[in-house]
Design a protein around this ligand. Structure first.
Ligand SMILES: [Zn+2]
Length: 147
């Protein structure tokens, strides 16, 4: 039998070519594993859709910083609830102050994201056409926790 040409959806071994399934259905399970999203620079940018949480404009990674909403000096923590994406300009304008002291307003209160949403937002919508019903992805690439 002639093997089909290899592509992104197949794996070739020495003898055979296997098609990679697009969807696996879990028929039975003991418990759903708990997923924790790793707190990282990249994931904060992803949660905030690479958008400065003060001016609301989108930026490339290298034009962004992480901002402590409540500055560390006065007890602000480094966690999902106190870190937001800020552009370099807004970040230096805010400096070591609370947003209200700097006359700035947060677009969204920072929260810990749900892991499914981060997975969904890191995939292109075309790529996951057949996964749509399993992932919370909207056609415009909007993240569902942002309304
Ligand atoms: Zn900004």
């Amino acid at each position: 039998m002639e093997a089909p040409p290899p592509n992104a959806e197949s794996v070739r071994t020495t003898h055979i070519v296997l098609r990679i399934p697009r969807v696996l259905l879990l028929g039975e399970y003991d418990r759903v594993p708990r997923r924790e999203i790793r707190f990282s620079r990249r994931n904060v940018y992803l949660r905030d859709a690479n958008t400065c949480q003060y001016c609301g404009r989108p930026f490339r990674d290298e034009e962004l910083n992480l901002d402590h909403v409540v500055p560390r000096d006065i007890g602000g923590k480094t966690n999902w609830e106190n870190i937001v994406t800020a552009c370099v300009r807004c970040n230096s304008r805010k400096a070591n102050r609370l947003p209200e002291q700097a006359g700035m307003t947060l677009r969204h209160a920072p929260t810990k994201p749900k892991w499914r949403l981060v997975v969904a937002s890191s995939l292109s919508v075309d790529e996951v056409e057949c996964w749509k019903e399993f992932l919370e992805v909207t056609p415009a690439g909007q993240l569902p926790w942002r309304n």
